[in-house]
Design a protein around this ligand. Structure first.
Ligand SMILES: O=c1[nH]c(=O)c2[nH]c(=O)[nH]c2[nH]1
Length: 286
């Protein structure tokens, strides 16, 4: 047996940066979590302990802070591209850079310098640069949505373990994780993000659902139908079950009004919706 070093990468994960832009008394806030991962000619450090090619992860963290000051933080896709290109172009040993950024939203309260955190929702970007190829995947996590009617689930397969009752009126709730791959690397990121988020919400609300799978497909479809610059959407959606509570013991009828919101287990519905003519780019999602 020949033992060899396989794929490897390294970098500083989860550098939390808050960048305040002071425009007189009116401030703007960007709150991000940046993870850098570099790969390339890193045999020596693994095989012999020679660190000559290794840009310390500490330097990578410092670069994130320095770039936040020097360039500001605009759309997270742009900040990711800036960092990824910097590491590939400035370090001969680095053939590939992966930069993942999560952004936490803040809204202005009053005056110029007071803010309140958005709900749990997070905007995401994943950038790869190296070997002459670049990819950008945008997205969001924890977009929590609920339809209080307009959802059915029946006609499903049955076996000896099936106890689920069919329903023609249920609560449909999920926490959407969606990521979408752009065809290029120079979109109007903020406008594209808002349009994709709106499309996901409109499709969730506007689909009379026969299953969460059907709703998922409609959500991905809507994003692709509205934006030529996007060629692939990947969705992961937990079915946040809401069970009708039996109120008969208390002499009351439950007319689809009182639910037990279970947190686990949950159905996990995942799928990809794509332009089948787009060039495949599996590494864009790594
Ligand atoms: O929309 C649904 N899809 C399923 O696959 C499923 N399975 C289940 O038990 N409930 C549901 N609901």
């Amino acid at each position: 047996m020949a033992i060899v070093l396989g794929p490897n990468r390294y970098g500083k994960a989860e550098t939390r940066v808050v960048r305040v832009t002071r425009d007189g008394a009116t401030h703007r806030l960007k709150d991000v979590n940046v993870s850098v991962s570099l790969s390339g000619a890193m045999e020596d450090v693994h095989l012999t302990g020679d660190n000559a090619a290794v840009l310390p992860t500490d330097s990578q963290k410092n670069t994130v802070f320095a770039f936040a000051k020097r360039h500001g933080i605009g759309a997270i896709e742009d900040f990711g591209l800036l960092l990824a290109r910097h590491f590939v172009e400035s370090r001969p040993a680095v053939g590939h850079a992966r930069v993942e950024i999560h952004e936490y939203g803040w809204n202005r309260i009053a005056g110029g310098h007071s803010f309140v955190r958005d709900g749990g929702e997070v905007r995401t970007a994943l950038v790869h640069s190296g070997g002459g190829a670049e990819t950008v995947v945008s997205g969001l996590t924890d977009l929590v949505v609920l339809n209080s009617t307009g959802s059915e689930f029946h006609g499903f397969a049955r076996d000896e373990y099936t106890t689920l009752e069919p329903t023609d009126d249920r609560v449909l709730a999920t926490a959407v994780t969606a990521r979408w791959r752009h065809r290029g690397t120079d979109a109007a990121w903020d406008a594209s993000y808002r349009a994709a988020r709106d499309a996901l919400l409109a499709a969730f609300a506007g689909t009379h659902s026969l299953s969460l799978q059907q709703t998922l497909y409609q959500m991905g479809r809507r994003v692709l139908a509205e934006q030529d610059g996007i060629c692939e959407v990947r969705l992961s959606m937990p079915n946040k079950h809401h069970f009708l509570v039996d109120l008969e013991p208390f002499g009351m009828k439950n007319d689809n009004e009182v639910y037990f919101a279970a947190d686990r287990p949950y159905g996990l519905i995942e799928g990809t919706v794509l332009d089948d003519g787009a060039p495949a780019a599996p590494s864009a999602w790594n």
